[in-house]
Design a protein around this ligand. Structure first.
Ligand code: NAP
Ligand code: MG
Length: 401
């Protein structure tokens, strides 16, 4: 059988622990036999990041900017415990995802993979709901303080031009707690662009919610920037028959629960943090959540939403077979290959990615699953729990058929 050809490489970022093991298995079983794979490989495994003083992460992000499409394996973000586990580490390296996100200036979109056997807790959700979370500012970069006596708190901005602006936050007659938060118009604009572009790429409606009736100026700024940016995308939205819809966050929550799914819900940083956990839990499992970072210029980096599955890795090191769910990592690959296919006009590459996704879904729909999913199905008696190797073999058999 002739392998599918590629033109431009996909930037491949290898990672750590169990997902690194999955990475190789997925490539060997499901991609290399069918595709004449072209990648530019970056080893983001913790020890290689350490050897290169994390330069490899920066290089991988720059390569992503250059080529436009990347696929990333989950990676360890070192903490104190990891510093003990890996005594050769010369520094507590920062989160690679954070480094990549700041270089690409992207927005993270997370969407669940749905199968018939696992029904969302919210029974009317028939299609995935994608959360787009703004990843800069607000309470995540706020300053706080406590005061103990009566007095007045003011907020002052001192411009480089020498101009000053001061407002009274509140006069209080006793102990109080305070917070100063900010966001950048540039960052809000990038967020808006990434959301509109993603809606176009995935042909889904875009919802955006804030609380601008209360935070009239702060959230009002978000609403205004989105409205301004929408003008550049309006024609494309109308052509595709998709809509941009702004509403208050509390109204959005009610509508999301009553909806059938199938749209993107753009959220401010804190709202996105909270709502993405609610949505992913209601849909089922982190092992079935895909994640893609989209930059304002359309550059994309695909990954799984979960981490390196450390507990399974330790069992793997003991020689045990594990039942680690490879779905989100496979879908990171198919997402990247599909995108590369679109950009390079390689219909057969995109079609291969679709077939691989279909083979995965067929396997799950046949009741063949990794252990994490068994507890989520309505009728566990109809399901056969398999280990990762068996699961991949079942997918491959369906892909070949
Ligand atoms: P995790 O790797 O997502 O795993 C947490 C638990 O969730 C696992 O122990 C497992 O539960 C279950 N799980 C997650 N993915 C699964 C899968 N594919 N199949 C089956 N079960 C799965 O999170 P963590 O243990 O908090 O973090 C481990 C490492 O990952 C950390 O070093 C962290 O820095 C890193 N991390 C990286 C990323 C990233 O690169 N994007 C994201 C998050 C975390 P059971 O053990 O009960 O089976
Ligand atoms: Mg959170």
């Amino acid at each position: 059988m002739e392998k599918i050809k590629m033109i431009t490489p996909v930037v491949e970022m290898d990672g750590d622990e169990m997902t690194r093991i999955l990475w190789k298995m997925i490539k060997d079983e499901l991609i290399l036999p069918f595709v004449d794979l072209k990648t530019e490989y970056y080893d983001l495994g913790l020890l290689h990041r350490n050897e290169t003083k994390d330069q490899v992460t920066v290089d991988a992000a720059l390569a992503t900017k250059k080529y436009g499409v990347a696929v990333k394996c989950a990676t360890i973000t070192p903490n104190r415990q990891r510093m003990e586990e890996y005594p050769q580490l010369t520094e507590m390296w920062k989160s690679p995802n954070g480094t990549i996100r700041s270089i690409l200036d992207g927005t993270v979109f997370r969407a669940p993979i749905l199968i018939d056997a696992i029904r969302p807790v919210v029974r009317n959700w028939q299609k995935p709901i994608t959360i787009a979370r703004h990843a800069y500012g607000d309470v995540y970069k706020a300053v706080d303080m406590v005061t103990e006596e009566p007095g007045e708190c003011t907020l002052t901005f001192r411009g480089e031009s020498g101009q000053e602006k001061t407002i009274c936050v509140q006069k209080v007659d006793g102990p109080a707690v305070w917070q100063g938060a900010h966001n950048l118009r540039k960052s809000i604009r990038s967020f808006a662009r990434a959301c509109f572009q993603f809606a176009i790429d995935t042909k889904q409606d875009l919802w955006f919610s804030t609380k601008d009736t209360i935070a009239k100026i702060y959230d009002g700024e978000f609403k205004k920037v989105f409205e301004e940016e929408y003008e550049a995308y309006r024609a494309k939205f109308e052509e595709l028959g998709i809509t941009y819809f702004y509403t208050l966050i509390d109204d959005a929550v009610a509508r999301v629960i009553r909806s059938r799914g199938g749209f993107i819900w753009a959220c401010k940083n804190y709202d996105g943090d909270v709502m993405s956990d609610m949505v992913s839990t209601a849909f089922g499992s982190l092992a079935m959540m895909t994640s893609v970072l989209v930059a304002p210029d359309g550059t994309t980096e695909y990954e799984a939403a979960h981490g390196t599955v450390t507990r399974h890795y330790y069992r793997y090191l003991q020689g045990e077979e594990t039942s680690t769910n490879p779905m989100a990592t496979i879908f990171a690959w198919t997402g990247a290959l599909k995108k590369r296919g679109e950009l390079d006009g390689l219909a057969d590459l995109s079609a291969f990615a679709d077939r691989l996704e279909a083979a995965c879904l067929d396997t799950l729909n046949a009741g063949i699953m990794t252990k994490d999913l068994v507890g989520l199905v309505d009728d566990p008696a109809k399901v056969r729990a398999v280990n990762t190797r068996e699961f991949l073999a079942e997918i491959r058999a369906r892909l070949e058929a």
